[in-house]
Structures are given as structure tokens and as C-alpha cells.
Design a protein around this ligand. Structure first.
Ligand SMILES: Nc1ncnc2c1ncn2[C@@H]1O[C@H](COP(=O)(O)OP(=O)(O)O)[C@@H](O)[C@H]1O
Ligand SMILES: [Mg+2]
Length: 356
């Protein structure tokens, strides 16, 4: 059990800041998912915590101890690299034992810990194989065992599921989460995949261009994104341009969306989650209700994505749940009632058109 405390961390390459004033904590046994688009500095931050990247400024504390300037083998972190970084010429056992060797642990003590680590990831029988004799999922587990064999205070995972096929991703993710919980590991889990982050995390931290833009629980971030960037990155959102009025938001196309706009600055965009746009008779009685033309329907099995064109030209997408016996017929070209609750309308800072 340990905690991680990062303050004002900075990593510059010349005049470019890969990590730009990041402060982040992970409590004992907590899994924090670091989520952001490619190039936003996730790997650099993780490698800084592990000690593979010398930082420009700021502080990293593990269990209250300043480790900012310590060598990687002196700070008791275990890291799983994105491509696993297994040594192809070493057996599974030797790969797993590598971190122990670096820390001066050998002999019977090392053998025991290697065996335990391999048991943890259900690879007890694979110690003598070479990485090329394993499947992708098994290689990933070797990388996990190698990170855990040192009994790390902080467990660091860089996109550990991204090299697995879609079917494996969920089950391996769940196994990792179970392992993390049962061992009580303080964990930073890096991903660019929002589904993975929602599935795994106690807390989500969203990064953009080297900076943290928002953090909170999955529900907090999904339901109350602080900006258009977060709303768009975590799930999908309709975005509508227009202006804030005392009643709500008047779209450029002339549709009035009622919502609480008290104290809202004028230069906002409106976002609306597709699942909050209701279609058919149920929409008529809603405070926000309009007639729209169905422009396209994408059938996705359990749901359909229905794109609507409003009279003034605004376009909105709705997610419609497909159910047996549903009397609502959806046909491209037809007019349909659509609507939403005022609470579903979010007026957000437009940080997508402004450069970081
Ligand atoms: N050694 C380096 N030298 C110069 N720029 C680097 C170096 N490592 C990373 N960067 C840059 O820092 C930014 C963040 O990279 P990275 O941390 O790998 O992002 P992510 O993992 O979020 O995709 C990128 O623009 C990348 O090109
Ligand atoms: Mg990366």
C-alpha cells in the first residue's frame, strides 16, 4: 500500500513541454486512469514516475518520500511498457527475474518470487519458454509478472491492452483490475481508449497537450464535463453553435434549447449526449421539443444512431434503443418528434477551436 504524489511536474524537450505542470495523486490501492489523445504526454509522465525520464522540474513522492532524482531501480515502481519490451533472448523466468537482478536479489529468494509472480498471472508452467513461443495475451502477462515481482509501491501500466485483439481486451482488462484490487496496488493506468478508462478506473484524469484538463469519477466526467474537449473525448456529444440567452441556448439555426443559463458567459457551445435526445411521441411533452427530419439511420444491433436535421439546419444525432415490439418506425426522410430535458443540455467552454 502506498501513495503517489506528483507536484508541478515539467518535462521539456527544448522549448517543447511534453509534460507541462502536472500535479496528480494516486491514493493507496487506487487505480487512476490517465486518458488523453496520442502525443499528449501520457507515456512521458509514466516514464518520469518510473525514473526513465529525467524531469525538468517538479516533484514526485512515493509514500511521502521524494524520489524525483532517484534511479529507476531505487524507487520501487513496476512498469508494464506499451509493447511489453520483453527480452526475446531470455526465457519467461529470466525476463521476470530481470527487475530483481537490477535490485540485487538473486538465488533462492529470486526463484521463489519469480514463481509467485508467474502464478499470479497463471503462467506457472511457462517459465522456460521464450517470448516468441507465447501468444500476445501471454506475453502481456509476462510483462505484468515482471512489473509485480518487485512488490512495487506503484504499479505503472502504459496502454497494456492496446496490443490485444478486441475480444481479449475486456477479459484481460478485468483480470488486471482484479489483480490490482486483490493486491491493493496503487496504480496509474495509461490509455487513449475511453472505454478502457471507464471500465478500469477508480478515478479518471484527462490530459491534453501535456496538461491535466479535468479529473473525477467516470460518472462525474461523463455527466459534467468541464469543456467541449472532455465532452467529446469521453463518449460522443452533439455540439451546437449559437448563443447563450436568459432562457437557455439559441442555436445558429434558430432552435431554442431551454436550460439553466444563469450566470453563463455568452461564448459557449452547447453539447447534448445522443442518448439524451428522445425520439417519437415521448418527446412531445418535453420542455425542449421539436419536429425534425430523419437524415440517416445507422443500425448497430442493440441501438440505432439516428441523425436528424432540424428546420433551421442544425444537425443532431440520437441513440435509439432497438426493442422488440417497439412501435416507433424510423425511416429516412420522415419527420419525427424529438426532444430533450433542460438538464441534458450542457453549455461548455469551447476549447476545441482554440489552440492549446
Ligand atoms: N525523447 C523525446 N524527444 C523529443 N520529444 C519527445 C520525446 N519523447 C516524447 N516526445 C514528445 O512528447 C510528446 C508526448 O509524447 P508521449 O508522452 O509519448 O505521448 P503519449 O504517450 O500521450 O502518446 C509528443 O509530442 C512526443 O513527440
Ligand atoms: Mg504513449
Amino acid at each position: 500500500m502506498a501513495d503517489l504524489n506528483i507536484r508541478n511536474l515539467q518535462k521539456d524537450y527544448g522549448d517543447f513541454s511534453a509534460v507541462d505542470g502536472v500535479s496528480l495523486t494516486a491514493g493507496a490501492s487506487e487505480l487512476v486512469a490517465l486518458l488523453g489523445p496520442s502525443g499528449c504526454g501520457k507515456t512521458t509522465l509514466l516514464r518520469s514516475i518510473a525514473g526513465f525520464v529525467p524531469v525538468t522540474a517538479g516533484q514526485i513522492e512515493i509514500n511521502g518520500k521524494d524520489v524525483t532524482r532517484l534511479a529507476p531501480n531505487k524507487r520501487n515502481t513496476g512498469m508494464v511498457f506499451q509493447n511489453y519490451a520483453l527480452f526475446p533472448h531470455l526465457t519467461v523466468e529470466k525476463n521476470v527475474g530481470f527487475g530483481l537482478e537490477m535490485r540485487g536479489i538473486s538465488g533462492a529468494e529470486a526463484d521463489k518470487r519469480i514463481a509467485e509472480a508467474l502464478e499470479l498471472v497463471s503462467l506457472g508452467a511457462y517459465g522456460h519458454r521464450y517470448p516468441k513461443e507465447l501468444s500476445g495475451g501471454q506475453q502481456q502477462r509476462v510483462a505484468v509478472a515482471r512489473a509485480l515481482v518487485v512488490n512495487p509501491d506503484v504499479f505503472l501500466l502504459d496502454e497494456p491492452l492496446s496490443n490485444l485483439d478486441a475480444k481479449l481486451r475486456q477479459s484481460v482488462g478485468m483480470q488486471l483490475r482484479d489483480l490490482q484490487k486483490s493486491l491493493g496496488l496503487t496504480t496509474v493506468f495509461v490509455t487513449h481508449d475511453q472505454k478502457e478508462a471507464l471500465m478500469m478506473a477508480d478515478r479518471l484524469v484527462i490530459m491534453r497537450a501535456g496538461k491535466i484538463v479535468q479529473e473525477g469519477s467516470a460518472e462525474e466526467l461523463y455527466d459534467a464535463p468541464a469543456s467541449y474537449f472532455v465532452a467529446d473525448f469521453l463518449g460522443h456529444s452533439n455540439v451546437v453553435s449559437g448563443k447563450v440567452t436568459p432562457e437557455g441556448f439559441l442555436s445558429t439555426g434558430g432552435t431554442m434549447f431551454r436550460c439553466d443559463s444563469a450566470g453563463m458567459p455568452a461564448d459557449r457551445v452547447m453539447t447534448l449526449r445522443p442518448e439524451n435526445l428522445i425520439l417519437g411521441p415521448a418527446a412531445v411533452a418535453l420542455p425542449n421539443s421539436f419536429e425534425a427530419r430523419i437524415q440517416s439511420i445507422t443500425y448497430l444491433g442493440a441501438q440505432s444512431e439516428v441523425t436528424l436535421s432540424l428546420p433551421g439546419g442544425d444537425q443532431l444525432t440520437a441513440t435509439h434503443q432497438n426493442r422488440t415490439g417497439d412501435s416507433l418506425t424510423l425511416r429516412v426522410g420522415d419527420m419525427i418528434s424529438a426532444g430533450c430535458l433542460p438538464e441534458a443540455v450542457r453549455l461548455l467552454v469551447d476549447d476545441m477551436t482554440t489552440a492549446h
